[in-house]
Design a protein around this ligand. Structure first.
Ligand code: FES
Length: 570
């Protein structure tokens, strides 16, 4: 197969002319024949004024280019969509598959022998890895890195666990307007991704565990010089991969690699979104993440990383404690050390190089875990025939077995309008239910699963309630919250049948979530539901594609036509 500039020639019906024309135009940018004869490493540019998490991308691109050239290849930078969590309407998840398609097509369309994808804000790494897996070109992932921590009145602050905690205090009247404004300027003190174990940090750790990025690259803080040196080293690595034509994602993403990623996801107290993204990434291969197997793994794998929201520290502390290599070392035989990485070495060598940091307490040993079980549990029951997820590491112990009266909100809008209504009939023992907030219903499965505690209860000191939905939740959030109820209500899932006043039973130990209404009554309610056609928002363009082809959470919310062939459960 052709390589370098000769790859994927534009179709003019004359290959010689296509190459002649390509060279003529690229020479307009001042490239020499020597440069144009080298293997090419494409580098994605996801810098955007709308994406402050990616604020260091220009510096990382420069460093990666330097690394590529030091190793004798030629870097070519190209733009793709960038998705910033708080600047994406309706949700960043709605755009993830678009970014994956954009990135994949640009990798396929342009000549390159390897690609470096630089991303970090929640949906970007998943989108880029989904693209890389489908294109199956040698790929190096460079996460942009986490922000450094902020400080307020002697307290360490981090986005966005503390955003939520302090906003809840503000709602409860415990802090005033002036203080919440001061906090607003201190929660995100640098460029980079949220520095708690949110989705961005989770996916950076999962990527490292999959062997798709250099050791330590998940945790180096975004503003640190070490981050830039890691990008240079990533550039060198990508150049070597371009020359060797491997390893490709299909060679690295084995069942062992996916199992390691799931172990790390549980052990870091990772974001529930991480499970959806890992499922989507696996879905692009010939493997399928089995939710029951993931849950069973969670019973064996302890949470060892002491980071918010499950623990106390922040990403920079995890980094200084030894990062993912040290974590994998502590996990011992739970990690398959024969799994290979982009550098060609196995995790055995990566783990052997893990730093010993005397006195560190961010990465616990297995005999002194944060929790003896993993962060997440998969629930099923008559409310969630295809599963639901709870991050029990960040839930209230006393609510993990709870039966309560349902208080139902029909949609995110309905919830927003009524949740703080003083007349809302709700008590602390009730179960808040949100529906029509799934992949298709909302659309884009918003992070609305963290329903706020109704104002009147918050002001009375209630800090947590059982909340259930077909929505997602930010990895930075906490509480006794059941998410990703599948199938979602908008496609006829049983969540659509719940009525205010019904009893709902959550039993995390038994992995159950049930609606305590008899089958005959549920059937009556089901037949009374009138099916609606395609909604107005989905009439044209990407919205129509999304509406018509989006899959459920247990399939990673990918489009059905993007899946890989064959499915072996792992
Ligand atoms: Fe970008 Fe949190 S908002 S990572």
């Amino acid at each position: 197969m052709a390589d370098g500039l000769r790859k994927g020639l534009t179709s003019y019906g004359d290959a010689g002319f296509s190459l002649f024309l390509r060279k003529a135009f690229i020479k307009a940018a001042g490239y020499s024949d020597d440069a144009l004869d080298r293997p090419i490493v494409g580098i994605t540019n996801t810098y955007s004024d709308y994406n402050p998490c990616h604020g260091n991308v220009p510096a990382l691109i420069e460093a990666a280019k330097r690394g590529v050239m030091l190793a004798g290849a030629m870097p070519m930078v190209f733009p793709t969509i960038s998705i910033a969590e708080s600047f994406s309407h309706p949700t960043s998840m709605y755009l993830r598959n678009l970014m994956a398609m954009d990135t994949e097509e640009m990798i396929r369309a342009q000549p390159m022998d390897a690609v470096i994808v630089i991303g970090g804000c929640d949906k970007t790494l998943p989108a880029q890895i989904m693209a890389a897996v489908s294109a199956d070109l040698p790929t190096v992932v460079i996460p942009v890195g986490p922000m450094v921590v902020g400080h307020h009145k002697g307290e360490v602050l981090g986005a966005c666990t503390d955003c939520r905690r302090l906003w809840a205090k503000y709602r409860a009247g415990e802090i005033d307007d002036a203080e919440i404004e001061a906090v607003n300027g201190r929660l995100a003190p640098s460029v980079g991704t949220c520095m708690v174990m949110g989705t961005a940090s989770t996916m950076a750790c999962v990527t490292e565990a999959l062997g798709l990025s250099l050791p330590m690259s998940a945790t180096i803080p975004a503003p640190h010089a070490e981050r830039v040196r890691s990008a240079e080293a990533s550039g060198k690595c990508a150049a070597e991969m371009a020359k060797r034509k491997g390893p490709r994602p299909s060679e690295l993403l084995t069942p062992a690699a996916f199992r390691n990623a799931q172990v790390v996801l549980q052990a870091i107290g990772g974001s529930t979104n991480g499970l959806i993204h890992l499922t989507a990434i696996a879905g692009r291969t010939s493997y399928r993440i089995d939710l029951d197997a993931f849950d069973a793994l969670g019973r064996q794998v302890p949470v060892l990383v002491d980071l918010k929201p499950s623990g106390a520290h922040y990403m920079e502390h995890f980094h200084h404690a030894g990062g993912v290599p040290k974590l994998m070392k502590q996990l011992g035989d739970l990690i398959d050390l024969d799994a290979k990485t982009i550098t060609g070495v196995t995790l055995r060598e990566v783990v052997a190089g893990a730093e010993e940091v005397p006195g560190q307490d961010a990465i616990r040993p297995r005999d002194n875990p944060i929790r003896p079980e993993g962060a997440m549990a998969v629930l099923s029951g008559n409310l969630a025939p295809r599963g639901a997820v709870i991050k029990h590491s960040a839930a209230s112990e006393r609510l993990l077995q709870h039966t309560g009266r349902a208080v139902v909100f029909e949609s995110v809008e309905d919830m927003t309008l009524r949740i703080d209504d003083p007349a809302l009939d709700v008590s602390a023992d009730d179960v808040l239910v949100l529906r029509n907030a799934g992949p298709k219903g909302a659309p884009g499965m918003p992070e609305a699963g963290y329903l706020p505690i109704p104002m009147k209860l918050a002001r009375a000191g209630v800090k947590d309630m059982v909340r259930i939905s077909d929505a997602r939740m930010s990895g930075t959030a906490f509480g006794t919250i059941v998410l990703h109820i599948t199938p979602e209500s908008a496609v006829g899932g049983p969540l659509a049948l719940v009525r205010t006043g019904d009893q709902i039973r959550l039993d995390v130990a038994k992995r159950r979530i049930d609606l305590l209404v008899d089958d005959a009554e549920l059937e009556r309610r089901r037949t009374a539901i009138v099916e609606s056609g395609r909604p107005d928002w989905a009439e044209r363009g990407y919205a129509r594609l999304f509406h018509d082809r989006i899959m459920q959470a247990d399939d990673g919310c990918d489009f059905d036509f993007m899946r890989g062939n064959g499915k072996t459960s792992i």
